[in-house]
Structures are given as C-alpha cells and as structure tokens.
Design a protein around this ligand. Structure first.
Ligand code: GLN
Length: 545
C-alpha cells in the first residue's frame, strides 16, 4: 500500500519500523503487538505487498506464519525485492519455509508427523568463527531446552546453501537457521505466542540488537507527533466533527482532537434513549467540565423509542432502526453545527469527520485471506454515508486497544473511563429481548446499574471483560410480601475474554450473586427473578441479540 498522500507524517516515517508481512497466520498481528510492547514500532501488511510501492524503508522485515504450504501451486510468495532491501529478515514458520524455498528451490516437503504444541529447543552456537557472530545474536539470553510452541506439518529437506543450523528440537533438525553472511534467519516455532515464554526475548534480539531499531515507540512520544500531524492535516482553520459515545475509543480520539485544534473539534453525543442509566449526563460532565471538549448533546430519545415501538421479534430490525436514525440525526446536527461554526468565527467549513478506527480494524481490512481471496475494503465504524462529503480523520488507526488505553491515561482521561467495558451501538435495546418500551428501558437500566455497581464494589470490574443485565421477554411467578406476583426476569451476563472472539462466563462466587439478586429484586420494580447466564462464546454470543 503506498503512503497516503493526505497523511503528512505517518508513524513509519518517524519511528524505526519493523515490517511484518502477513501470510495469513492467526497469530500474525501478535508479532506486531509484541514488538510494540518492546517499544519498537511495527506495522503489518499483506505478504503480497510490492516492495517498490512501499514508499518507506523498514529497519527489518518479519515473514509471518501461514496456513499454506510453500510448494503448492497457488501458495503466496514474498516479493523477491525484499531481499534487496538490505535489512535483516526473520521468517517464522511459513516464513522460514518461504526463505528456504527462495534460497533453495523445492527444499520444503510435507513432514511425516505434524508437530503441534510444545517442544524443547536446543540452541547451537557458532561463536565468532564461521558466520562472524551475527547468527548467535538471535538466541542471545536463551538457555538450552527452552520451551517453544510449534504448529506445522511441513519441514525443510536440508539446509539451504549458505545457511547454518542455529537451533534444533527432537523432531525438527532445522528449528532455527541463519544465513552465514547476511542477517537472514528462520525459526520453525512461534515466538509471538505466550506458549513460547522466551519469545519476546527473541523478538527483542531481532528487532533491537540485529535490526538496531530504536525503542522509542511510547504513547507520550506518539501524543506529541499525533497532535502535530492532526494540526498539519486539518490546517489552521479546518473544523472537525465526530460522534462520541462515552466509550474509551471515541473519548480518547476526541481528547486528542481537543488538544490538537481546541474548539474547532465539535463532538456530538446522540442520546438514543437506550444508553445506560444517567449516561448522557455523566458523559456530558466528563467530556465538557472534565476534559474541556466542545460537546453538543442531542436528546433524541423520543425519536428512537418511537421508531422502536412495536418491533418485537427481529433483533436485526432494532439494530437497523437505531443505526439509520443515528445517521439521520448526526447529519442534521452536523449541518447545524457547521452553519453556526462558520458564522461565529473565521473558521472554515467542517471538512473532516473523526472516527475512532483502531489498528485491528485496519488489519482486518487488509489481512491476507488467501491467494484467491479479494482483499476486503475497510468498512468504517458507525457507517456514516459517503454523501456527507467529509474527509476521514482516524488518529487511532495505528493503535491496538491497550495502546489506546495507555494513550488515554497519558491525556489525563479518568482511569474509570479508560477501563470501561465495551458497550454496543444499539445500546440496551439489544439487551431488552422483545419490545423496547420506556418501561422496559427503565427496568433494564436499573438492574444493570446495580449489577455494575456491585461488580465495582467487589473489585472485580477489571477482571471482567464485559458485564450487563438483560431483560428476558417472559414473566415468572414469585411471592413478594406474601403476595403472589407475576413479574419479569433479569438475566445477568459477565464474560472474560482477551479478544472477544471467544469468551467464558465469569465464575462469581455464590455470595456475590446472592447479593446482586437480592438487590435487583428488592430495588427494581417489575422484577421478581434473577438468573445468571452460564453460556460461553461460542456457542453463545456476548450480547443476547
Ligand atoms: N503450512 C505450513 C506448515 O504446516 C506453515 C504453518 C505455519 O506457518 N504455522 O508447516
């Protein structure tokens, strides 16, 4: 991908960058993350990237793993020009096989045994002799019999010419190889996964000692550069508009804009009537009084709830109504704000739209899905229509979630907000199973508020990835104050997950659940029973609709 002409200083132009070329392994993005955790900036591009189109020179290149076999007719191959960049190259798994294939054609074959899981690595050191010492650097600070994690079926038939063995396992005689005179390395195991405990040391050896990349990727440095970049991009009069939700990403993005261009950034919070209890008020206080952001809150509850009335059995329909109504209101408001801003100051028209896109979305849109698969174009979050004619500004598009949190702390955003659980765009409308009415909203909100309050009081909030109360569309019998009642049922859901792709329900102790249940039944009118959802994902999803 060529450098975006509208981007005056992309990070790979100012930070020493390790380029990860992705062959489609499910772990490729972890290589990038690990490097950034070492304060080395890294970007990932598909393995089909033409080196001539890159527009910048990486300090080193890593070829990732991948599901293909290099000897297949349609297997993906790296642009041979990568070997003319004159920078160190590390091949991981498929990447190792790809290096061997390039240097010694037809030298990879299917092994008799697949190797999946733990193996113990023996490092072979060569001293200063044969390869001038550089091959030993990759395994510096590794002891013999270090645990590594393998996931492969293919293997090298023999060492490619000019290469020597630098590590072995009982099943893999070429678990690590290095070029005698050039800084090219291949390893059969995966250093990026936590099952390889010393993996990070190896990545550091490669990036810092072998590639000599600076370890200057820190959020405080990023803030300064990003503010500078936004100012250049928007110009001295430019105006930017963006929706905020009270979530981490939009708040961090908004605060960054505020630091860069002050009140020329216009934040809009649309109250859709299905936010959490008192949410609009709390967000308003935090963003305006707390963070000094120029914010307009639009109370559109009635319009949203009016359109949701009568929608019972089709969760997709709820999502669509909320999404479309949001776009409609945001557009109306953008027009008003643009007119006012234009009149009130010397400032220019609103030309820019802020979006809190994160790096995983970018990776998802460019990730390598296979030799024949077309690469997906990026669907921007929020799905605002093109006819708004606004240019996109995405200050978080290079960052992983944990980096966004660190950036938030750096910008003085309260810790509570920085660690907030995710909240879906359609809000509690998809946590009210069945029809969304103002009364159902009240019940779901109050129950949710009690649940979250108790989770926080028990010190569990940060151990849980997402938690909420849902309102089930059934009634159950109960007895309250000696009277028979026929009231509604609240389902509590709390999950732990690292990536939200798979998740497990959180194992609360009985005393905690008892307390939450007692409070909800006592304090929330209309509820006579509380249940706890013990479904993992898959087969369940995190949200209920
Ligand atoms: N498909 C190759 C193999 O089985 C590479 C696997 C990988 O990169 N994880 O050996």
């Amino acid at each position: 991908m060529a450098t975006d002409a509208s981007d005056p200083i992309p990070p790979h132009k100012t930070f020493d960058t390790i380029l990860v070329l992705d062959f489609g392994s499910q772990y490729s993005h972890l290589i990038t993350r690990r490097l950034r955790e070492l304060n080395v900036y890294s970007e990932m591009l598909p393995c089909t990237q033409k080196i001539a189109d890159l527009g910048w020179t990486p300090k080193g290149v890593i070829l990732s793993g991948g599901p293909y076999s290099v000897y297949w007719d349609d297997a993906p191959h790296v642009d041979p020009a990568v070997f003319e960049l004159n920078v160190p190259i590390l091949g991981i798994c498929y990447g190792l096989q790809e290096i061997a294939w390039t240097f010694d054609n037809k030298n990879v074959l299917a092994g008799e045994k697949r190797e999946y899981g733990h193996a113990y690595l023996k490092v072979e050191r060569h001293g200063d002799g044969e390869a001038g010492g550089h091959v030993d650097k990759l395994f510096a600070d590794w002891e013999d019999n270090t645990e590594v994690w393998m996931s492969h079926g293919d293997k090298l038939g023999h060492l490619p010419e000019e290469f020597i063995t630098i590590a072995t396992t009982s099943n893999a005689p070429f678990a690590g190889i290095g070029h005698k005179s050039k800084k090219y390395y291949g390893i059969q195991f995966h250093p990026e996964v936590t099952h390889t405990p010393k993996g990070k040391v190896l990545l550091k050896n490669f990036a810092v000692d072998i590639c000599e990349a600076k370890t200057n990727w820190t959020m405080s440095k990023f803030v300064d550069q990003e503010i500078e970049r936004i100012r250049k991009l928007v110009g001295p009069k430019g105006q930017v508009i963006g929706a905020v939700s009270g979530g981490v990403d939009s708040t961090v993005a908004a605060k960054l804009m505020k630091e860069a261009i002050g009140d020329r950034f216009h934040a809009v919070l649309v109250d859709n009537g299905v936010l959490r209890l008192n949410e609009a008020k709390i967000v308003k206080e935090t963003l305006t009084a707390g963070l000094g952001i120029n914010l307009t809150v639009i109370d559109a509850s009635e319009r949203f709830l009016g359109r949701l009335a009568g929608v019972k059995d089709d969760p997709e329909k709820k999502r669509k109504i909320i999404g479309n109504t949001f776009i409609e209101i945001f557009q109306e408001e953008a027009k008003k704000i643009a007119a006012e801003a234009h009149q009130a100051s010397e400032a220019g028209e609103i030309e820019w739209l802020l979006q809190g896109t994160l790096y995983p979305d970018v990776i998802e849109s460019i990730s390598f899905k296979g030799p024949s698969a077309t690469i997906k174009t990026h669907h921007n979050v929020g799905g605002l229509p093109k006819d708004m004619n606004l240019k996109l500004i995405e200050p978080l598009r290079e960052l992983f979630k944990d980096e966004v949190r660190e950036l938030g702390m750096n910008l003085g955003i309260p810790e509570d907000l920085v660690w907030r659980h995710p909240f879906p765009g359609p809000g509690i409308a998809i946590r009210i199973l069945g029809e969304v009415t103002p009364e159902q909203v009240r019940i779901a909100r109050e129950a949710d508020n009690i649940f979250i309050e108790e989770i926080k009081a028990a010190g569990l909030y940060r151990n849980i990835s997402q938690a909420f109360a849902a309102l089930l569309p059934v009634k159950a019998v109960g007895v309250m104050g000696d009277k028979r009642v026929h009231d509604q049922v609240i389902a509590l859901r709390a999950v732990e997950t690292t990536d939200f792709m798979t998740a497990d329900w959180y194992p609360f102790d009985g005393a905690f659940l008892k307390k939450v249940s007692r409070r909800i039944v006592n304090e929330v009118n209309g509820v006579c029973r509380v249940v706890y959802d013990i479904t993992s994902k898959p087969p369940g999803t995190i949200e209920m609709e």
